[in-house]
Design a protein around this ligand. Sequence first.
Ligand code: YEV
Ligand code: CA
Ligand code: ZN
Length: 429
Amino acid sequence: MASKKKIAYFYDPDVGNFHYGQGHPMKPHRLSLTHSLVLNYGLYKQMEVYRPYRASHHDMCRFHADDYIDFLQRVTPQNISGFTTSLSRFNVGDDCPVFPGLYDFCSIYTGASLEGAAKLNSETCDLAINWAGGLHHAKKFEASGFCYVNDIVIAILELLKYHPRVLYIDIDIHHGDGVQEAFYLTDRVMTVSFHKFGNFFFPGTGDMYEIGAEKGKYYSVNVPLRDGIDDQSYVNLFVPTIQAVMDHYRPTCIVLQCGADSLGCDRLGCFNLSIKAHGECVRFVKSFNVPTLVLGGGGYTVRNVARCWTYETSLLLDTDISNELPYSEYFEYFAPDFTLHPDVSTKIENQNSRQYLEQIKSSVAENLRVLPHAPSVQMQQVPPDMLSMEVTTETNPDERETQRDLDSRIEHPAEFMDPPPLPTSMEST
Ligand code: YEV
Ligand code: CA
Ligand code: ZN
């Protein structure tokens, strides 16, 4: 096929061995299942498979507060009783527990997203995939919704070194609140989230009237949905919405969060999407031929998460794969059908009326119409990034890059919303 893309795929063999704790719905083991299917379908042959870089404390502090990352690095299940004030201050507890290896887990999924962004920047690949990433709820100063470090914000900050406009699209059933909040005041990033909204569904934000503020006004797009949305309603809303966003914003790269909790039969979700419809959104985004970082996110019925992200890996590779699953070490998870596309529909009624969906569509279109086409930015020189460091040891620093390379780099404005300062505690290890 003429449009075959160079794909970088990131997977760390340790990532599936972390445990949030007994009964917790977030199961990193879903990442081992996904990778096993990707390998057993033979998809690895068509992409570059990387064991990712691990993000450093410094990398995480590009978005997060130093004392918060310090806490994540120090706290363990053994010393937790010495951190009672920090636990509540940083929202670590029930949804976001302290578990063994917590910091390493964050370092793995964040390093992979950051390296994916750097490989897109250097044009080493056209698409980068990190199913372990996409933890969109983490905030500058706190954990939230099973997310501790916001790998998406950190990856977007890396992309902004080279890209004037980054589009973020989020098809997880939850609102992409952490990413929206980080870029609420800037036109350099447009965030678009489709999510369940209403009846106190977590996190409670993402109404269609949240549109951004100051320079970022109209650069946050929210598509609030009711229970039970089906394939046809979702795709018929997603396609024209993203088409209008692409036409008006003209991003130079895209970050796509593919949370699989929007599928039918998800343990925490209430939508009714099939794996094919979820994948259709991924395929549509890919069809614009814009460099894209593809990330995971939520997804709590692990067998369907693995099916969904395997299918989406095949779509990104333009490769058809059989509905019959290949044998793998986790084969029994896929009983009784052992297929890629089992029926995941439920009896939840679609509470999104045609009228309601039309109203959202026209409200989004109206907000996009007032945008200037493709806002530009002041170009500035920025410090070298992680990949250029690898090859500069013996060269004259003045000759490392052409002027054209330097001109193509763009500094990002530091535009984060800081909540009011909190009282500091005197805790130590
Ligand atoms: C979400 N958290 C969650 C399932 C079987 O809903 C919340 C909490 C109450 C919450 C919240 C709700 C709102 O409507 C608005 C603001 C809110 N802030 C908070 C903290 C997070 C979902 C992230 C994707 N938690 C669980 N839904 C859940 C957590 C568990 C933790 C340990 C063990 C079992 C658990 N089971 C769960 O659901
Ligand atoms: Ca979403
Ligand atoms: Zn989610």
